[in-house]
Write a protein of this length. Structure first.
Length: 369
């Protein structure tokens, strides 16, 4: 918008040209728009002072020995086609030319003054102009005077037409330039819009690819967790089946129970658990128990590794007699371990540890949901 306004002001002032003086009406000197504005501003005050002095000189002397004051005023007021100041300036110029016996220039100056005088202003000056033109008619002859006047008016109209044509050309140039500038701005805006749309589209594609990759990674992790969970479940199932089988055999071969127990305990006792088996056991219980092993380890830091293993077995559903077989100890020792574990967990003596773990797993599940 600033560019358009600057272009408009420059083009408007580009076509402003004026005649330099009354004796050289057809000569038009081109100036820059900035120079015209500066010159007009600098001429305003000197022009008013010069015209005021010329008024005083006319009132006192009725004649002018020099046209210096008149030309100073004329350089400013000639930009106004109609004004009392311009009419008086041309009238004084006519008096100067008439005194110098330059009657043709004097007649043209009086004609300029008559054209510049507003219809409703200064009837005294209009009477003076009529008298001067009548005197020149008598002196030069009516035909010659009218010929000069018509020639002046023709040249004046011609010069005005030239100025108007130049201003019209400037306006045309401005309009065409504005259209091209507008088309350029619109094209640039459209180009930027298309580029932003393309960048947005590419960004959306990139985000979609990331989302797909994230979904694939999640599915892969879930599959791995499912596989690990299945392995843990299978591990527990096999262990439990082995224990149940032992319990069944112990019932069947009651007399040889100690011998059978010794043989089977070597197969399934906790001593046969490798460190990797215990890690797998705790991880499986932790996954299926909504992070219960991590919760116990964080909430009860006094729990030992053996305590955590015991908690994992209880969470896995092992009963007292099954735990006694796995640890290769009697049931009383299991009860003592339960008592020590209750103390570390802050439970009552009669509170069931398995139910406590089940309620804790339920709370952890709710928190995750």
């Amino acid at each position: 918008m600033k560019i358009i306004i600057s272009l408009l002001l420059g083009l408007l002032l580009f076509g402003c040209v004026q005649p330099e003086d009354i004796g050289n009406e057809q000569h038009i000197k081109k100036k820059s728009s900035l120079q015209i504005m500066v010159d007009r501003f600098n001429r305003k005050r000197p022009a008013k002072e010069a015209l005021s002095k010329a008024d005083n000189q006319y009132l006192t002397q009725k004649t002018f020995l020099s046209d210096t004051l008149i030309q100073t005023a004329l350089r400013y007021y000639k930009n106004d086609e109609i004004s009392p100041e311009l009419a008086r300036t041309y009238y004084y110029l006519g008096l100067y030319y008439e005194d110098k016996k330059l009657f043709q220039k004097a007649l043209l100056a009086y004609t300029y003054a008559g054209d510049a005088l507003p219809c409703e202003d200064d009837s005294f000056l209009r009477d003076k102009l009529d008298q001067k033109q009548f005197q020149l008619y008598a002196l030069l002859g009516k035909n010659k005077t009218e010929e000069w006047q018509w020639k002046y008016r023709y040249e004046n109209i011609r010069n005005k037409n030239i100025r108007l044509q130049k201003q019209l050309n400037v306006w045309r140039f401005f309009c065409v330039g504005s259209v091209f500038l507008l088309l350029f701005i619109l094209g640039l805006a459209r180009h930027r819009t298309n580029r932003r749309r393309r960048e947005l589209f590419e960004s959306q594609l990139f985000i979609e690819r990331l989302q797909r990759a994230e979904e694939e990674l999640k599915e892969k992790l879930l599959r791995e967790l499912d596989e690990k969970d299945n392995k843990l479940k299978e591990f527990f199932r096999l262990r439990i089946e082995m224990i149940k089988e032992f319990v069944e055999l112990s019932r069947k071969y009651g007399n040889n129970l100690e011998k059978l127990k010794d043989k089977f305990s070597r197969m399934v006792s906790t001593d046969s658990f490798s460190p990797a088996d215990w890690i797998l056991l705790k991880e499986g219980v932790n996954i299926m128990g909504n992070g219960i092993i991590d919760h116990l380890q964080k909430t009860y830091p006094e729990l030992t590794e053996e305590n955590l293993r015991y908690c994992a077995l209880i969470c896995a559903g092992f009963e007292t007699d099954e735990l006694a077989i796995l640890w290769d100890i009697n049931n009383d020792s299991i009860y003592k371990r339960r008592t020590r574990l209750r103390q570390k967990l802050g439970l009552a003596k009669t509170q069931d540890i398995k139910k406590f773990f089940d309620s804790l797993i339920t709370e952890l599940r709710k928190k995750r949901c």
